[in-house]
Design a protein around this ligand. Structure first.
Ligand SMILES: C[S@@+](CC[C@H](N)C(=O)[O-])C[C@H]1O[C@@H](n2cnc3c(N)ncnc32)[C@H](O)[C@@H]1O
Length: 282
C-alpha cells in the first residue's frame, strides 16, 4: 500500500503547513506527479526529496499546476527535482508504456479498469477504442485476450506517436492498429458496422459520441461507456448515468441493457467517474 504524502512529510514540514498537502500522488514509470498548492511550492525541493527517499525508483518529481484540460486531456506540469524530463517508461499488467506525461494523457489509476475490460474480450473480437491515448486499454486487451484486432484511435499527434512506439515495444503488431484522427471521422469513413465491442474512455465526449459508437458496432455488441457524474448524499452516481444514457439510447431507438456499472474513482467532492457497460441488441 502506497504511503500517503502527509505521512511521508510529517517529519519534514511544520504541522500547520501539512494541512495544505494533497495526500495522493501518481507514479508514472520513474516520474512522480503531485499537486502542490502555491503555499507549498516553496517547500517543493524538501517534499520531492522526502518522496524520492521513500520511492527509490522515482528519478523525477513534477508538480501538476493546472487541471487536466483541452481536447488532448493534458495537464500543466512544473519541474521540481531530480532529472529534468517528462518522458518515461511505465509497466502495467505485463505491458510497457512509453509516455510523455506533459504531452499525452496517462493515468495509472485506470489499471484495474483496463484489466476488467480485457477479461471480457472473446476470441477473434474486433474492437474499436475511440479515445486510445498512448494505447493502454488496447495493448492490455491485446496482451491478455485472444482478440482479433483493435482499431486504436486518437486525435493527439503526440499520443498517436507514442501509441505506435508502444505497439512495437509490446509486439502487438497486427492486433493493435493505431489510427490518427477524430473518432467520429474515422468511424464514418473507415469502420462502420465492424465492431463487437467499443471503448469510450473519454467522459467529456462520451455522450455526444454515442451515435458514432453505435455506428461502428455490428448488430449486437458491447459499449464500455465512461462519464463524470455529480451525486449528493443518498444519490447513486451509477443510476444517474444510466438514466442519462438510457434517454439518449431510447431517442436513437436502440434496444439495450446495462449488465454492469461501477464507480472508477472519486474526482472531487461529490463527483465520480463512472464506468457503464452497455449491451446493445439492435
Ligand atoms: C482521457 S484520455 C484516455 C486515454 C486512454 N484511453 C488511457 O486510458 O490512457 C482521452 C484521449 O482521447 C483523445 N481524444 C479527444 N478527443 C478525441 C476525438 N474526437 N477523437 C479521438 N480521440 C480524441 C485525447 O487526445 C486523449 O488522448
Amino acid at each position: 500500500m502506497r504511503k500517503r504524502l502527509r505521512k511521508i512529510l510529517s517529519e519534514f514540514l511544520p504541522e500547520d503547513e501539512l494541512l495544505y498537502v494533497y495526500n495522493s500522488y501518481d507514479i508514472v514509470g520513474d516520474i512522480a506527479i503531485l499537486r502542490l498548492t502555491d503555499k507549498l511550492m516553496r517547500y517543493g525541493q524538501i517534499i520531492a526529496e522526502a518522496l524520492m527517499g521513500v520511492h527509490r525508483n522515482v528519478k523525477t518529481v513534477l508538480a501538476q499546476t493546472g487541471p487536466v484540460c483541452g481536447d488532448f486531456r493534458i495537464r500543466k506540469l512544473e519541474y521540481i527535482a531530480g532529472e529534468n524530463k517528462t518522458v518515461t517508461l511505465h509497466r502495467e499488467s505485463g505491458c510497457l508504456f512509453r509516455v510523455d506525461v506533459e504531452k499525452c494523457y496517462f493515468s495509472p489509476r485506470l489499471s484495474y479498469e483496463r484489466m476488467r475490460i480485457a477479461k471480457q474480450v472473446r476470441d477473434g473480437e474486433v474492437v474499436i477504442n475511440m479515445f486510445a491515448g498512448v494505447g493502454c486499454f488496447s495493448i492490455v486487451m491485446a496482451k491478455h485476450s485472444n482478440i482479433g484486432k483493435v482499431y486504436s484511435i486518437d486525435v493527439n499527434p503526440a499520443a498517436f506517436q507514442y501509441m505506435q512506439e508502444n505497439v512495437r515495444l509490446n509486439r502487438v503488431y497486427g492486433k493493435v492498429i493505431p489510427v490518427f484522427g477524430d473518432a467520429k471521422n474515422v468511424i464514418e469513413e473507415r469502420v462502420c458496422h465492424v465492431a463487437d465491442r467499443v471503448l469510450m474512455p473519454l467522459p467529456e465526449k462520451a455522450l455526444k459520441y454515442l451515435p458514432y459508437a453505435l455506428l461502428t458496432l455490428k448488430k449486437t455488441g458491447f459499449i464500455h461507456y465512461y462519464d463524470f457524474e455529480h451525486a449528493r448524499k443518498g444519490e447513486n452516481p451509477i443510476e444517474k448515468v444510466k438514466l442519462k444514457v438510457a434517454e439518449k439510447l431510447e431517442n436513437l431507438s436502440v434496444t439495450f441493457d446495462f449488465p454492469f456499472g461501477r464507480i472508477v474513482r472519486s474526482t472531487g467532492p461529490n463527483w465520480y467517474q463512472v464506468a457503464l457497460d452497455i449491451a446493445v441488441k439492435h
